[in-house]
Design a protein around this ligand. Sequence first.
Ligand code: FES
Length: 168
Amino acid sequence: MTLSDVTKARFDKEVAKYPKEQAQSAVMACLSIVQQEQGWVSPESEAVIAEYLGMPAIAVHEVTTFYNMYNQQPVGKYKLNVCTNLPCQLRNGQVALEHLCKTLNVEDGGTTADGLFTVAKCECLGACADAPVMLVNDRQMLSYMSQQKLDEMIALIRSEEANAGKAA
Ligand code: FES
């Protein structure tokens, strides 16, 4: 894998935010850029980032594996991370996870056959007061999840996707 001019320009912009000798501080931003462009962070992408930032590939991999938001394999268009840590667990986080898996016919960590949804449990999202919670595509939080809310969300996404398909 080689860096495209566009990607390199984006990396350059992130690195410019730090003193020259601290280019490695841009590693999270570079990983995010790769994920935005490719949908996930492959070992090849980690190697390219490592070379670009002048750091060991294993150090980049440590960052990828530490943070939940980096996808280490391709995921569906909608990534649904359900928190199953204790506060959410006490408010039926596990029940919500199982409901989603059953509704979408996937295992935890799996992706639907149409490539639309990936469902995976995750660690605390820092919103325990709103338990149980779920994060959609690393950006949008669904609080106080209930089976009804989950069903409505899935139906809404499917309907929007169907309409987008008709418009295309
Ligand atoms: S335990 Fe679920 S957000 Fe903290």
